[in-house]
Ligand binder design. Sequence first.
Ligand code: UDP
Length: 164
Amino acid sequence: MIHKHGNKVLQLTLAVIKPDAVAHPLISEAVHEKILSNRLLIIRSKILNWTRSDSQNFYTEHSGRFFYQRLVEFMSSGPLRAYILAHEDAIKLWRDLMGPTKVFRARYTMPESIRGLYGLTDTRNTTHGSDSVESAKREMAFFFPEFSVSSWYEQEEPHFRLGP
Ligand code: UDP
């Protein structure tokens, strides 16, 4: 998932603003602003709603965990905002910006992170981000089935400019 960009290299990741934050326009705006101010390029974005079965399929690796039902209900409870983001270190940068999964840990160890600032509970924790190159590939296909990395790179990438 790495493409040369002039002498730079861009990595793609999948980011999601979860229903707790999409429900509050000023919070989703603040998260969006974090994306822009950290020089993550927005390659695609969309607002969508998940059915319960989308939610079950996406989080299938967590089936059997104590929080699974709650997570499935929550993620299909309202609109999501999904992004494909590009940056030299997109996967790690976005996960660092999100902060820890658990809300108290986020609040007390990374208070300026997205989850530290806006997370409500361990489930309603504002954002999702792919955790590896493999999961980024799978998750981009899940949210943006029409997106082809190679066509994007060939047709659109030359028009992108990186800031100073
Ligand atoms: N989750 C939860 N309770 C927990 C751990 C996770 O409700 O104790 C939810 C939470 O919404 C989290 C998602 O399950 O974002 C996926 O968990 P994962 O461990 O993959 O964390 P992430 O990669 O999102 O930080």
